[in-house]
Design a binder for this molecule. Structure first.
Ligand code: DX5
Ligand code: ZN
Length: 213
C-alpha cells in the first residue's frame, strides 16, 4: 500500500477540523502526528489533548511520530487516546527496551514503527525488521518542518528495502512533487508531507505527485 501521510505540524491549527477533512478528501490513509518534547529535538509541538481532538474527528490511521526521550512512558496513554500506530526513535531507547516496546504495542493491537535520524545507519534497524510494521527513515534532521530533503538518505531506504521486501518504509522531511518520486523509486511507500501538503496551492494526491511530469 502506498499513501501520503500529511503532517498536521504544517496545518492551520485554528482550523484543524477542516485541515483533517482535506487529508480525507485527498484519499490519504494516514494522519501524521508529530510529538516533540524540546529534549530529543530542539522544538516542542503538541501532545495528548490535540491527539484526542484529532481522534474525535477522523477514522483515518493516526500515525504518531514520537520525537521524545523515554517514548515508552507514553505508549499506553497514547493508545488509550486513539493512536493507531506508534513510531519511536531507535536513538531514544536501549536494545531491550526496543524489543519490549514492539511487544507491548503489538499486544495492545496497534502498529509499531521505528525511526532513524540522518546520522544513524540503516544497519542499526536490521535487528528489528521482523518486529516492526514500519521503518521511518528521516530525510531531514527531526525537529522542524520546511527543511530540505537529504537525497543521501535514499541509500538507507534502498538498503532496508533490499533486506525486507514487505516492511513499510516511511520517509519524512522535505517531501514534495520531485523528492517523492526519488523516495518512491528507492523503495519507500509511505510519504509524510507537511509543507508540501498544507502549503501547496492546491491539495495534492499521491497519484498526482507520483505521476505528474
Ligand atoms: C519533522 C517532522 C515532520 C515534518 C515534516 O521533524 O517529523 O513530520 O512535519 O515537514 P515537511 O514536510 O515540511 O518537511
Ligand atoms: Zn514526523
Amino acid at each position: 500500500m502506498k499513501t501520503l501521510a500529511p503532517s498536521i505540524l504544517a496545518a492551520d491549527l485554528l482550523n484543524l477540523g477542516a485541515e483533517i477533512k482535506k487529508i480525507e478528501d485527498s484519499g490519504s490513509k494516514y494522519v501524521h502526528f508529530d510529538v516533540m518534547d524540546g529534549v530529543f529535538v530542539p522544538n516542542i509541538s503538541f501532545g495528548m489533548p490535540v491527539l484526542s481532538a484529532v481522534r474525535s474527528c477522523t477514522d483515518l490511521t493516526l500515525d504518531v511520530h514520537l520525537m521524545i526521550v523515554k517514548p515508552n512512558k507514553y505508549f499506553k496513554e497514547l493508545i488509550s487516546l486513539g493512536a493507531d500506530m506508534l513510531t519511536f526513535h531507535l536513538e531514544a531507547l536501549e536494545h531491550n527496551e526496543i524489543i519490549e516496546a514492539c511487544e507491548f504495542i503489538h499486544k495492545e493491537g496497534k502498529r509499531v514503527g521505528i525511526s532513524i535520524k540522518p546520522n544513524t545507519p540503516a544497519e542499526a534497524v536490521f535487528p528489528y525488521l521482523d518486529m516492526v510494521d514500519m521503518v521511518l527513515v528521516m530525510t531531514v534532521e527531526p525537529g522542524f518542518g520546511g527543511q530540505k530533503f537529504m537525497t543521501q538518505m535514499m541509500e538507507k531506504v534502498k538498503a532496508i528495502r533490499a533486506k525486507n521486501a514487505t516492511v513499510d518504509i516511511q520517509v519524512d522531511g522535505g517531501i514534495n512533487n520531485e523528492t517523492i518520486k526519488v523516495a518512491n523509486e528507492a523503495g519507500a511507500n509511505i510519504f509524510v508531507l507537511g509543507t508540501g501538503f498544507f502549503k501547496a496551492p492546491s491539495t495534492p494526491t499521491i497519484e498526482a505527485l507520483l505521476n505528474e511530469k
